[in-house]
Design a protein around this ligand. Structure first.
Ligand code: ADP
Ligand code: MG
Length: 378
């Protein structure tokens, strides 16, 4: 009788002992190419040891420039960058000891997988025996054991990117910088590699700085997100904080869908939109909205409920008349498009997929709980 085995999934070996991650601190960092506005315009950010930090933002907002400043590929116009408290602002890239992963794999095409992965170790004059051991270990980590002697052209795009990832972490870098590394891959493969990157981050325990313009990717991977807007950081926080407690309309609308009511007056104990007056709880007003001249009230689609008549709205909820302009069945839920209060403000509500009572053109009342709304600056 074969021995029964109790463990079905063997844990993957982690390379050596993970070094306690490096803290990366940016202080008043500016990069000015002499354009109308600096590419990076006064960024201060502390990335904690072992943290998975994502730089998220629209194209041209300064994410890559910030990453290149951390790597030393670009020089600072002003400001300071420190690793574990040591100023590295004037250190050349090769002395910063960082791993890098880009969208294009940049593997050496004439070298085998093992030779590609060994390259940074050979440059660092690591012994032959140690190279053999570390390459085997890291190829196991990225699940490419047995592909040592293949050349890159014999591998799929996803496999090539895993080789590049192995090469970027094999020398136990101070931190791994990743610039849209999954951008060239199709949707399914991207999801699989996201999971890989997350697992590898957990196993090696080092600091990861990940650049993407994809908010879902940022939300699913990150400990914290720094949201970039025109060379500045709009807000830093956990995915949940940015989604549930945005400070500004930019943050609210960049991360997920929202129903937005632009307010004419600063928020008080109530807010006014057209002929509607809504109750406000102080803790749902962002600090930036408190100080701002212009504010907006926002509600997530999953928090907007629909009543057939005004007297069906629960006491204490905020409500607005709406017309159903579209209903989309999306499998796991039904998305209802609404136009609010006879205005051209369009919003949406997510209803249970089994909800079949609503017809396009129908007049309804949209409502939400006061604690589920947020007042943001705009
Ligand atoms: P992102 O990565 O967020 O898309 P980038 O950091 O690449 O943004 O670019 C930020 C801004 O800086 C853009 O306006 C871009 O055109 C400009 N920029 C980036 N690199 C250079 C450069 N080498 N020379 C001049 N302008 C640049
Ligand atoms: Mg970029």
């Amino acid at each position: 009788m074969p021995a029964t085995t109790t463990s079905t999934v063997a844990p993957t070996a982690a390379p050596a002992a993970p070094r306690a991650g490096t803290q990366i601190r940016l202080t008043d960092v500016v990069k000015d190419y002499g354009l109308a506005v600096p590419a990076v315009d006064g960024v201060s950010l502390t990335i904690e040891p072992g943290e998975f930090m994502t730089l998220l933002g629209p194209s041209g907002s300064g994410k890559t420039t910030t990453l290149n400043l951390i790597a030393g590929f670009e020089t600072l116009t002003s400001g300071r960058i420190a690793f574990n408290g040591d100023d590295v602002s004037n250190l050349p890239p090769h002395k910063r000891d960082l791993g890098m992963l880009f969208q294009n794999y940049a593997l050496f095409p004439h070298m085998t997988v093992a030779q590609n992965v060994a390259y940074p170790l050979r440059e660092r004059k690591v012994s032959k025996a140690e190279i053999t051991r570390r390459v085997a270990e890291v190829l196991e980590l990225v699940q490419l054991t047995g592909r040592d002697d293949n050349v890159p052209s014999q591998l799929s795009g996803g496999q090539q990117q895993r080789v590049a990832l192995a090469r970027a972490i094999v020398f136990d870098p101070k931190a791994l910088l990743l610039d849209e590394p999954l951008g060239a891959l199709d949707r399914n493969l991207r999801g699989a590699l996201q999971a890989e990157i997350q697992r590898i981050h957990r196993e090696v325990g080092s600091t990861f700085v990940f650049v993407t313009h994809d908010q879902e990717e940022a939300m699913s991977l990150s400990d914290r997100i720094a949201l970039f807007n025109s060379g500045r950081i709009e807000q830093v926080g956990s995915p949940e904080t940015l989604y549930r407690e945005p400070e500004t309309l930019f943050t609210a609308t960049f991360l997920g869908d929202s129903n937005v009511f632009e307010l004419a007056q600063a928020p008080g104990s109530t807010v006014v939109w057209g002929d509607r007056t809504w109750a406000v709880e102080p803790r749902t007003v962002s600090d930036r909205a408190r100080a701002a001249e212009h504010a907006a009230l926002m509600v997530r689609p999953e928090d907007v409920r629909i009543a057939q008549r005004a007297d069906e709205v629960p006491a204490g909820a905020n409500a607005v008349p709406a017309r159903v302009t579209d209903v989309h069945y999306l499998g796991s839920y039904r998305n209802v498009v609404l136009s609010y209060g006879g205005s051209d403000v369009v919003g949406q509500s997510r209803l249970d997929a089994s909800e079949t009572q609503l017809a396009v053109g129908q007049d309804v009342v949209a409502w939400w709980r006061v604690e589920r709304q947020r007042v943001v600056s705009r």
